[in-house]
Unconditional design. Structure first.
Length: 119
């Protein structure tokens, strides 16, 4: 991920938590807010409730890999925070990806696919 596409500033996080939209899924929680830019910025968090550092790092890696696979299907111009839940421990990437896709769909961040009609 490019440095410009990663959320880092505390003020950005506070703004998203306070003014943004949240969606809960079984394995992840998604916070989102329009950022007025032409690209998305994302952050991946796992609290100490998830487990020790090994489990937290694995949870973040799973979410980053899943995001890498679904980011082309997202609307542009949003700040997105994915937070791991305790239930994410011991899962495979496909399961986390499905949960993240579901959260994105609930939040209304999925691109609308237009079907091409053949004549």
């Amino acid at each position: 991920m490019l440095k410009s596409t990663v959320l880092r500033r505390k003020s950005d996080f506070s703004l998203i938590y306070n003014k943004g939209k949240s969606v809960g899924e079984r394995y992840v929680v998604l916070f989102s807010k329009n950022n007025g830019l032409s690209y998305n910025r994302a952050a991946f968090l796992a609290s100490k409730k998830v487990g020790k550092s090994v489990e937290r790092n694995r949870a973040r890696r799973l979410m980053k890999e899943s995001y890498r696979e679904i980011r082309d299907n997202l609307k542009e111009g949003y700040d997105i925070i994915f937070i791991a839940r305790k239930t994410i421990c011991g899962l495979k990437c496909d399961t986390v990806k499905k949960s993240m896709e579901s959260a994105v769909k609930k939040a209304g961040l999925q691109k609308i696919k237009t079907e091409k009609v053949k004549f």
